[in-house]
Ligand binder design. Structure first.
Ligand code: SAH
Length: 249
């Protein structure tokens, strides 16, 4: 079964490719798809692009042109839940497009003609991802080094499971994240792609799991050390996590 590994950030994809020595590149629609193996799994690895349309196109191509039968998405996100901190890991149980609003024709957040606003991830894949996330969180200081953790103010990373929001906005004001929390109080994190990939997987009846590493709190400081965080923390976490996930079965 071929698995699509869709990464949101370039640094993550580079780290993934370093683990796939046999990868072959194929360029479609301005995207590089890398086909290869990791722990004996057939993989197609690709950058999602940023935003819902870019991510949906990438996922659709991974399925139709590269035969992906399951999708695993990794990237960074802004923390929304009160106890979701920078450095924490969030596994999506559900994804919702927070900027979808066809009201009053359809209820706020409902995907028009789907009768749904929340799309569920695959339970089996998500359980495996959670187990990998817990193992990686427990090893965070060995993996990243105490200095890196201190630089980014990360204590012991927590692992959360629940609702992730996606929309075509980088949420970088406290006012906007407060509004999202009011509207969707159970939301753990906000990003720009996951719910779009979930809609594509839903349409094709294919299983999806999504993991996000919290890079910021989606507040007035969200723009801060973004690139440094992705390089020093997020890409190392996601590769360690994918390594565990794929080694497990
Ligand atoms: N400065 C970055 C911008 C990337 S946009 C760059 O140069 O590439 C942010 C990416 O991280 C998106 O892919 C999104 O999914 C995720 N993300 C992280 N924090 C976010 C936030 N607060 N709001 C929305 N998306 C966020």
């Amino acid at each position: 079964m071929r698995l699509a590994l869709i990464a949101a950030m370039r640094e993550e994809l580079s780290a993934v490719l370093a683990r796939m020595p046999d990868e072959q590149r194929q360029r479609v629609a301005g995207r590089d798809f890398w086909v290869g193996h990791w722990h004996g799994h057939e993989i197609v690895a690709v950058l999602s692009g940023i935003g819902k349309v870019a991510a949906a196109t990438t996922a659709t191509l991974a399925i139709h042109r590269f035969g992906a039968q399951a999708v695993l998405f990794t990237g960074v996100a802004g923390g929304l839940g009160p106890d979701v901190r920078v450095g924490d890991l969030v596994v999506a149980r559900e994804l919702l497009q927070h900027d979808m609003d066809a009201s009053p024709i359809f209820p706020r957040h409902e995907l028009p003609l789907y009768g749904l606003s929340r799309l569920r991830t695959d339970a089996t894949m998500s359980q495996r991802l959670l187990a990998a996330a817990r193992a990686v969180a427990a090893e965070a200081s060995g993996l990243l080094g105490a200095d890196t953790l201190a630089t980014f103010g990360i204590g012991t990373p927590a692992v959360h499971e629940g609702l992730i929001l996606s929309g075509d906005r980088f949420v970088s004001t406290s006012a906007e994240s407060a509004a999202l929390r009011r509207e969707l109080p159970d939301a753990l994190a906000v990003e720009m792609e996951g719910a779009a990939v979930a809609q594509v997987c839903h349409d094709h009846g294919l299983p999806l799991a999504v993991l996000r590493i919290i890079s910021d709190r989606a507040d007035d400081h969200a723009g801060g050390d973004f690139t440094a965080f992705v390089q020093a923390v997020a890409s190392r976490y996601s590769v360690a996590l994918l390594d565990r996930y794929l080694a497990a079965g």
